[in-house]
Design a protein around this ligand. Structure first.
Ligand code: NAI
Length: 298
């Protein structure tokens, strides 16, 4: 199976490359060859690549900056996703598109299900929701995977940021009133590869549509930080205290949902796919970052 992935540098595409087995060849296409802002170039690249499945893993992901650059975020995450969907439909290949918990406003008292009402709080969430709409409209042979709180040994993410802060600080203030599901990009890649294989073999309509895909178990950001620092001490790092703060004490340009939890029951029921518990995968990520040479820059 030849899987064409948009983007070459992101957490998810890097994880897909690492986790691909012999049964799946990953062809990652990024800028300048494939730019979500350039419909014609993108189409030419996807048509040339001749894949069995397309995965749209590229996106404008700067959540706070998007508040100042909403038009750009829409062009990349809305229109760009639409261009990929249009090309996949014309090529007749299934599309896996990634979306986000930020399509919800976080007011629900329980984990969100796929058919719950969307109401993004910020520009990034609005742009991703527009992408979902375009993908669903232009490419019915598609799966939209909403994920959340993604971390990995690569790129910019919470785990790497905490480990960097922990090098110089004895205490770090971390918000404790946002709940979500920490998700390892490597687990996400394994699950997405399983979905890709099913989509390729089976045209059943129930395999298409929106699915939630996050790590098992829930946490607030302060819980995640505590788990990171606890694991880091096992690698000889000195202990770092986590001061549990409120979102109101850590203002950011974009508002975040207080409840980001996604219910994965549908994915488990339809695909028999479930991601491991976040604590186990997080420990493995910290082990990897602290055991070997690291790619600094988070
Ligand atoms: N990182 C997270 O916590 C979450 C991510 N997601 C979604 O998961 C997917 C993967 O996210 P990550 O790998 O973490 O993102 P990332 O920020 O690590 O990587 C994004 C990739 O998109 C590429 N890109 C940006 N603009 C582009 C353009 N105009 N043309 C071509 N490529 C472009 C970047 O170069 C980069 O390779 C995205 O759809 C994101 O919206 C959803 C929820 C949470």
């Amino acid at each position: 199976m030849r899987i064409i992935v948009t983007g070459t540098q992101g957490q998810l595409v890097t994880a897909l490359r690492e986790r691909a087995t012999d049964a799946a060849e990953i062809v990652a296409l990024g800028r300048p060859l494939l730019d979500l802002l350039n419909r014609d170039g993108l189409r030419a690249a996807l048509f040339d690549a001749r894949g069995d499945v397309i995965v749209n893993a590229a996106a404008y992901t700067a959540v706070d900056k998007a508040e100042q650059e909403e038009e750009l975020a829409f062009r990349v995450n809305g229109e760009g996703a639409g261009h990929v969907a249009e090309a996949a439909a014309e090529l007749g290949v299934p599309l896996i598109h990634f979306s986000t918990d930020y399509v919800f406003d976080g007011s629900a008292p329980r984990p969100y299900r796929e058919d719950d009402a969307t109401a993004p709080l910020g520009a990034y969430g609005r742009s991703k929701l527009e992408g979902e709409r375009r993908v669903a409209a232009l490419c019915p042979n598609s799966v939209i995977l909403r994920t959340a709180w993604v971390y990995s040994p690569f790129g910019v993410n919470f785990v790497r940021t905490m480990l960097r802060l922990g090098e110089t600080r004895e205490e770090v203030g971390v918000v404790a009133d946002q709940l979500g599901n920490p998700t390892s990009a490597l687990d996400l890649a394994d699950a997405a590869l399983a979905v890709a294989a099913r989509l390729r073999q089976d045209g059943a309509p129930q395999l298409r549509g929106v699915f939630h895909m996050t790590g098992a178990g829930e946490a607030c950001w302060a819980d995640v930080a505590e788990a990171i620092f606890a694991r880091a001490t096992e690698h000889g790092r000195r202990a770092v205290r986590v001061r549990r703060i409120a979102t109101a004490d850590f203002p950011t340009p974009a508002r975040r949902p207080a409840n980001s939890r996604l219910d994965n029951a549908e994915l488990s029921h339809v695909y028999c796919v479930a991601l491991p518990d976040w604590r186990r995968s997080l420990a493995a990520c910290v082990d990897r970052l602290l055991a070997g040479p690291t790619d600094r820059g988070a």
